[in-house]
Design a protein around this ligand. Sequence first.
Ligand code: ADP
Ligand code: MG
Length: 374
Amino acid sequence: MLFDLQPKRRREDLYDREEELKEFSEAIELGETLILLLGIRRLGKSSLLNVALSESGKPFSKIDVRSLYFTHGSIPQELLARKLIEGLLKSLKGRDKVRMELVNVLSRVKGVKVSGIQVEFDEKPDLAGLLERLDAWAEKTGRRVIIAFDEAQYLRLSGIRYDGLIAYAVDNLPNLTFVLTGSEVGMLHDFIGLDNPKKPLFGRYAREITLKRFSREQSGDFLRRGFEELGVKVQEEEIERVIDNLDGIVGWLTLYGYLRGVRKLSEKEAIEELFERAKALVLDEVSALTRYSARYWYILKAVSLGNNSWSSIKEYVEFKAGKINDAKLSALLKNLVKYGYLKKSRDGYSIPDPVIKEVLKRVNLPLGKFLTLP
Ligand code: ADP
Ligand code: MG
């Protein structure tokens, strides 16, 4: 179903993304070792990744780094190793011979015990050693193993130098392909540091696949098909209005379709509910930022209200939260661009997602949520 809210897993539920899937499989076939899947939140990175991995026919492991980070508060090596192995075994469901082969290989890694789908460690696992074994197995059997980190920029917050480990693997283990996705494109770039001479991956080649929003035509076609699938009739004028409001971001189009087509709300109710849910999501997402500095909130608020120049943002922020020095403001703005909440262009700063913009415009600072003003 096109309007299913979960990240899609099956090709038939994924609308379009033909080019991106082709590029992904081309990179895999060429034996490239690093693929980046980029784009702001809700453009369908996880969905594309799921489908690309399952269509690849290769053993793969997909690790949802964001949820690991938020459930555990950090990402120790042991956890990562366990997720990696469990994912690989899962991807080989129904391919018992290959699975057994892999279990054998893994059992020979120091400290690792695999039984069924259970993974245990006698001692702290050596992640580099594990990757080396996987590479050697892939080499011997003519396979390629894909290791995907969804929202990989959260690895940065783990306190462990995973960038160094990935760099080592990308350079030295040619039978493994790493796929990193990131909503916080600037953060992900910082993490892997392809352009930073001080970082271990400096100067390496990476295949970058950047997801775009749907065009007006695609958005309309997506909505029409989704409603048709559900046997729900929707007027053309409504489709046009929805496209105007949601601007080709597939996550919002899907949510609208779900509320309208599955939950059977009226157009007005569906839009209201969509903004309610968006509000909860946005507050949740920006709370990590605003906990660090409430000024992030005021900056976003300023831009949502149409202040797009540096000086008008400064004026607004100072009006709300008191004096701020120029360097500090610039640093905060730069971070917001890195996190993907703001876009900077010749016309100044803007919020790339119209729904988030609208939410920020409407919502007032939830009292008590913000403690600091550094
Ligand atoms: P991201 O990982 O970029 O935040 P997701 O893959 O989680 O995005 O997708 C956001 C929402 O949009 C989900 O509800 C998902 O089912 C839907 N979605 C994403 N891409 C597509 C697509 N190509 N076709 C249909 N639905 C999609
Ligand atoms: Mg995702």
